[in-house]
Ligand binder design. Structure first.
Ligand code: SAH
Ligand code: SF4
Ligand code: F3S
Length: 436
């Protein structure tokens, strides 16, 4: 296909955007586009954007500025902006950056091929009545052993700092049969591990046999899919961890012992101001119950420091929560005021105070992460090989606890589950040798 058009995609933000970019690439593939990693070769450039913090969002505009010379040299080049900035800013993006041809929101991207065929500026930020997943082409090509799979989208929680309920819309869950079908299709193409995605994935309530299914029930059904070895899910809200889902952590062997459960703050006062609708004790109780079901579960969380009104005492409470839980990993962010959210109306914490808190929290998180990795040395773990390593005779993959592992294994194959012994721990990964 010498006349195939080339599509370059850059993805910002969360895993759901990664999944969406894959699906958009497939939708454009049906229209004759193949992917390129070289932006200069592209007939179309698609930026799949994130609106979560100001920095993420402003990045789009600097990247668009850098595309201007390319667009001048290639006037037929199509430039598209997808994702959460597209949803939030709509046609404003084209007013600010007239080189943008297409603006398409996260719920309308199945219409991207039609928008790309049209001439003149195009904007589609609707939340259409039809299901975008029903309008995407079937997937065919073989692929790597891990995959993301969106099962739920949108958020009804309205945390006071967050744009997601506005950019992704209300909570919607995909029906069970579509998810099972997509999973079987992924497995037939080489996938061994799926990560079920949702902005609030444990709030999943999809139509299945006999009515409304919860995430726990969905996971139990997925565990029956032949060839699917591992199941993960993210991101969860502490208030939606129901009994059956917690029990599944104990009795579904494919469900991996790693859970991303954001808490944002360890201070009850701040949690209340954030509209999180749970206390720090509620969080401790959920962690305890999951550990009772599956004692070796490793937790990760997200934290925001410098939320309006956060005092030194509030921040101390966050450090205390981190010490008490002991996280395998965590992500921490400096609060960013987002237009249209309730918290943006409140006076901010001084920037240097927030910076100092961020550094302190990140140091503690890193210390816990390092200690957790060190504790793996000498142990036997299972690794799913994702790709060959940089050194000859080496494979790279993830352990059940989501540690990145480099394994000395000259005969290992991508997609294999291998038992290995951990020999050493470095900054961000473990090294190991195969034992079976
Ligand atoms: N749905 C998920 C993830 C939301 S976005 C959840 O409920 O946890 C990912 C993370 O970005 C959030 O957990 C939060 O820690 C961070 N975040 C969201 N809005 C932010 C803001 N305005 N400023 C700084 N960090 C923010
Ligand atoms: Fe944002 Fe809160 Fe919803 Fe997570 S639960 S997406 S932080 S509003
Ligand atoms: Fe960003 Fe949208 Fe994901 S704002 S974090 S890309 S849901």
């Amino acid at each position: 296909m010498s006349d195939a058009k080339k599509l370059f995609i850059k993805t910002y933000g969360c895993q759901m955007n990664v999944y969406d970019s894959e699906r958009m690439a497939e939708a454009m593939g049906a229209d004759g586009y193949t992917l390129t990693e070289v932006v200069e070769e592209a007939d179309m450039v698609l930026l799949n954007t994130c609106h979560i913090r100001e920095k993420a969002s402003e990045k789009l505009f600097s990247d668009l500025g850098r595309l201007r010379p390319l667009k001048d040299a290639k006037p037929d080049l199509k430039i598209g902006v997808a994702g959460c900035v597209a949803q939030a800013e709509g046609a404003e993006i084209q007013r600010r950056m007239p080189l943008v041809d297409i603006v398409v929101g996260p719920q309308a991207y199945h219409r991207l091929p039609a928008l790309a065929r049209a001439t003149g500026p195009q904007v589609d930020t609707e939340f259409p009545a039809e299901d975008k997943f029903d309008h995407l082409p079937e997937r065919k090509a073989l692929r790597g052993p891990t995959a993301f799979l969106t099962v739920q989208e949108g958020c009804d929680k309205f945390c006071a700092f967050c744009v997601v309920p506005y950019t992704r819309g209300a909570e919607v869950s995909r029906p069970v049969d579509r998810i099972l079908r997509e999973t079987r299709d992924l497995v037939s193409r080489g996938v061994r591990e799926v990560t079920l995605l949702g902005q609030n994935v444990n709030g999943y309530h999809g139509m299945g046999e006999g009515g409304d299914w919860t995430l726990g029930r969905l996971i139990r059904a997925l565990a029956e899919v032949d060839g699917l070895e591992r199941i993960r899910y993210m991101t969860s809200h502490p208030n939606d961890m129901d009994d059956d889902l917690i029990a599944a952590h104990g009795d579904v062997p494919q469900l991996m012992p790693y859970l991303h459960l954001p808490v944002q703050s360890g201070s009850d006062r701040i949690l209340k101001a954030m509209n999180r609708k749970h206390t720090r004790d509620d969080y401790f109780r959920v962690i305890e119950r999951i550990r009772a079901a599956r004692p070796d579960t490793l937790f990760s969380s997200d934290f925001i420091v410098g939320f309006p009104g956060e005092t030194d005492a509030d921040f101390e409470a966050t450090l205390d929560l981190v010490r008490r839980v002991g996280f395998g990993q965590s992500y921490s962010f400096k609060y960013s005021a987002r237009p249209g959210t309730p918290a943006a109306e409140k006076p901010p914490v001084e920037a240097d105070v927030a910076d100092r808190r961020l550094q302190e929290l990140q140091a503690l998180i890193l210390e816990q992460q390092r200690a957790g990795q060190e504790a793996m040395v000498g142990r036997e773990v299972t690794v799913l090989y994702e790709k060959p390593g940089r050194q000859p005779g080496q494979m790279v993959g993830k352990s059940d606890h989501l540690h990145a592992v480099h394994v000395n294994d000259a005969t290992g194959k991508v997609g294999e589950l291998a038992r290995v012994r951990v020999l050493a721990s470095s900054a961000n990964s473990l090294s190991a040798v195969r034992i079976s």
